[in-house]
Write a protein that binds this ligand. Structure first.
Ligand SMILES: Cc1cc2nc3c(=O)[nH]c(=O)nc-3n(C[C@H](O)[C@H](O)[C@H](O)COP(=O)(O)O)c2cc1C
Length: 179
């Protein structure tokens, strides 16, 4: 799939998944796209735990009470950052940005391979879910789960939300007055 087609097609998929596994070769290809993302000072900070063990997948899937993509996921990618990110440049850390760049690359790869997913972040930060899942995945003390991507083959048509038109959000050379 062409890059621009993948960008247009990518959307948050919260519907059900077909009962088909995601082959490891595809999971590796998706995570490699995350590893290839840019990172501040090329520090390459995000780490990934790929969950495809059926029992563990079921346990994670059982934690969500609404999102069908989470409940029926055939695999998960857990994106891990440091709890207290060390500075890499003049006192600054870029771990959140590094993680976000990797996640977007992976979402595009997921789309290009015909799978669906959704960026799960806010949900993890409620009721200690990130810590609970982090413990299940054996994360060391200084690491935390920041984003979870459920993956599977979509079996529902989801209408993606509309994006505002170009002229309302982007301008050449100067901010457009009145916007
Ligand atoms: C930083 C961030 C956190 C997000 N957290 C969640 C989440 O916890 N649960 C969820 O269902 N979607 C989450 N999303 C997905 C957004 O709701 C979604 O991207 C937005 O509604 C736009 O829809 P689209 O992805 O289909 O373009 C998150 C997206 C981002 C970028």
């Amino acid at each position: 799939m062409d890059l621009f087609e993948a960008i247009k097609k990518r959307h948050s998929y919260r519907g059900g998944f077909e009962d088909k596994p995601v082959p490891r070769a595809h999971l590796r290809q998706i995570v490699q796209a995350g590893l290839d993302a840019p990172s501040g000072c090329n520090a390459q900070t995000p780490r990934f735990v790929i969950v495809d063990d059926p029992a563990l997948v079921r346990t994670l899937a059982g934690m969500h009470d609404r999102n069908k993509a989470m409940q029926q996921a055939r695999a998960f990618i857990a994106c891990i950052i440091d709890k207290e990110p060390p500075a890499v440049y003049q006192g600054m850390s870029f771990q959140i940005e590094d993680c976000a760049a990797a996640v977007e690359n992976m979402l595009l790869a997921i789309t290009a391979l015909g799978y669906g997913s959704v960026w799960v972040d806010g949900w993890l930060r409620i009721d200690g879910r990130a810590e609970i899942i982090g413990n299940m995945l054996g994360l060391p003390a200084g690491k935390c789960l920041r984003v979870l991507l459920p993956i599977g083959l979509p079996c529902e048509e989801i209408k993606p939300p509309a994006k505002k038109p170009f002229d309302q959000r982007a301008w050449f050379n100067a901010w457009e007055q009145g916007q």
